[in-house]
Write a protein that binds this ligand. Structure first.
Ligand SMILES: *[C@@H]1O[C@H](CO)[C@@H](O)[C@H](O)[C@H]1NC(C)=O
Ligand SMILES: *[C@@H]1O[C@H](CO)[C@@H](O)[C@H](O)[C@H]1NC(C)=O
Length: 407
């Protein structure tokens, strides 16, 4: 049967040992310019994301007010107790005339009919039969950084890659940059999160310092977690397939031979690839599945069909056109960094000149002054000319070079 076949392909592709892995489909919930993790409360985040999972996804998702695993009422995922939200950026094709159009997604092997293509989510308990601790309510994390445009920056993250699909089951030849040649069946993004947790913080301000990679070896080889992050967590892994089939004609590609796909955050290289996670499994369902070492099939969990998951969806809260031919990326996102294959031209700038300076958080105590920005408001960033202080009760924090927010 197909599952068995795929499981053995996976085991070969990764490492020897016992692998116990949940693999399931989550259809599209909504695709829009929101990011409640990095820009909570901001009705239009800088770039577009495709979001899957439970219907508690919102402009703000305050973990102190909501336990989404208990409060959500539907999910697009086939494990129906999983109300987590998962999201990534989306991909655009840039035509020779500079116009851009969204690259659709397509369902993965075994998941035909998943609305909008969605994504495939994996939770690997352990390759070596070691105990893993499931994420807790309120746990969130981000892997990758949309500002990165160079190999040396991106090397901070392991296993953030792309697969040039010769067939839908191609699982070899992963690269850390976008493929430079047409990929007959599409391009797959592989987003793997760190597997060690500090055991204390559910969601620190940077959404990532509470997790780390093994101190030696790899998750797959059973490598130990560092003393600072001693708790082994499941390996969370997303596969997203970008259906490039209608864009594979070289005659439509840039004349210099470079690849024409650009991410919604303005990156041709792929080094800025990133994934976001908001935990939302109901009760102890994820821990039960991990303890049972479920391998694809998991009688410990409730399931629903892809068709049922497709019925869970959200209306867009951000009214803007992200499909059809566009003259600029949504949000007027600027394209930065080199274009693979072009020798640094066309995409604007060499790898080193495209690295933005690190902006330190501007800390302002807030003084009750009504001219200061209100909570969730913008308080700084490149080109920003408004007030840089925050009203009492919130603090100005740099989210990136272009945006500081009162949180
Ligand atoms: C999203 O947040 C708004 C404003 O707080 C609220 O009215 C709405 O019900 C929320 N939607 C969901 C799906 O929770
Ligand atoms: C740009 O090129 C694309 C692909 O050939 C075409 O469909 C689109 O209409 C063009 N846009 C403009 C503004 O000319």
């Amino acid at each position: 049967m197909q599952y068995k076949l795929l499981a053995s392909v996976l085991a070969l592709a990764t490492a020897p040992g016992t692998n116990a892995v949940l693999r399931f489909s989550c259809s599209e919930l909504v695709t829009e310019r929101l990011d409640p993790l990095v820009f909570p409360g901001l009705p239009q985040s800088p770039h577009v994301h495709q979001i899957v999972g439970g219907n508690m996804f919102n402009i703000t998702m305050d973990p102190n007010r909501h336990n989404i695993g208990e409060e959500a009422t539907c999910t697009t995922c086939t494990f129906s107790e999983d109300f987590s939200n998962y999201w990534t950026a989306i991909l655009y094709f840039r035509a020779r005339n500079g116009s851009l159009i969204r690259v659709p997604q397509r369902p993965n092997l075994d998941f035909d009919g998943a609305r909008g293509g969605g994504m495939t989510v994996y939770y690997t308990a352990s390759y070596q039969n070691q105990k893993v601790t499931a994420f807790q309510p309120g746990f969130r994390m981000i892997v990758g950084n949309p500002m990165y445009r160079t190999q040396s920056e991106a090397s901070k993250y392991r296993q953030m890659t792309f697969t040039c699909l010769q067939t839908l089951s191609t699982r070899t030849g992963e690269t850390t940059t976008m493929p430079r040649q047409p990929c007959p069946e599409g391009i797959m993004s592989n987003v793997r999160f760190p597997t060690c947790w500090d055991g204390k913080n559910l969601d620190p301000p940077d959404h990532s310092s509470h997790v780390a990679y093994p101190s030696s070896g790899t998750f797959e080889s059973g490598g130990p977690c560092p003393a600072s992050h001693p708790v082994k967590i499941p390996q969370l892994f997303y596969e997203v397939i970008w259906d490039t089939r209608r864009f594979n004609n070289r005659a439509d590609w840039p004349e210099d031979g470079s690849q024409p796909f650009v991410w919604s955050y303005g990156d041709y290289t792929g080094y800025g690839t990133h994934g976001d996670y908001v935990f939302g499994w109901k009760g102890d369902s994820l821990q039960r599945a991990m303890d049972a070492n479920c391998d694809f099939y998991c009688p410990q969990l409730k399931t629903q069909s892809i068709a049922t998951g497709n019925q869970c969806r959200q209306e867009k809260k951000v009214p803007e056109n992200i499909d059809g031919w566009l003259s600029k990326l949504p949000g007027d996102v600027e394209i930065t960094g080199p274009q693979p294959g072009s020798g640094g031209g066309n995409g604007g700038g060499s790898p080193t000149s495209s690295v933005p300076p690190v902006t330190q958080p501007t800390v302002n105590p807030g003084n009750g002054n009504g001219n200061c920005a209100a909570k969730w408001g913008q308080c700084g960033g490149r080109g920003f000319t408004g007030a840089t202080c925050c009203q009492a009760g919130s603090t100005c924090r740099a989210q990136n070079e272009w945006y500081s927010q009162c949180l």
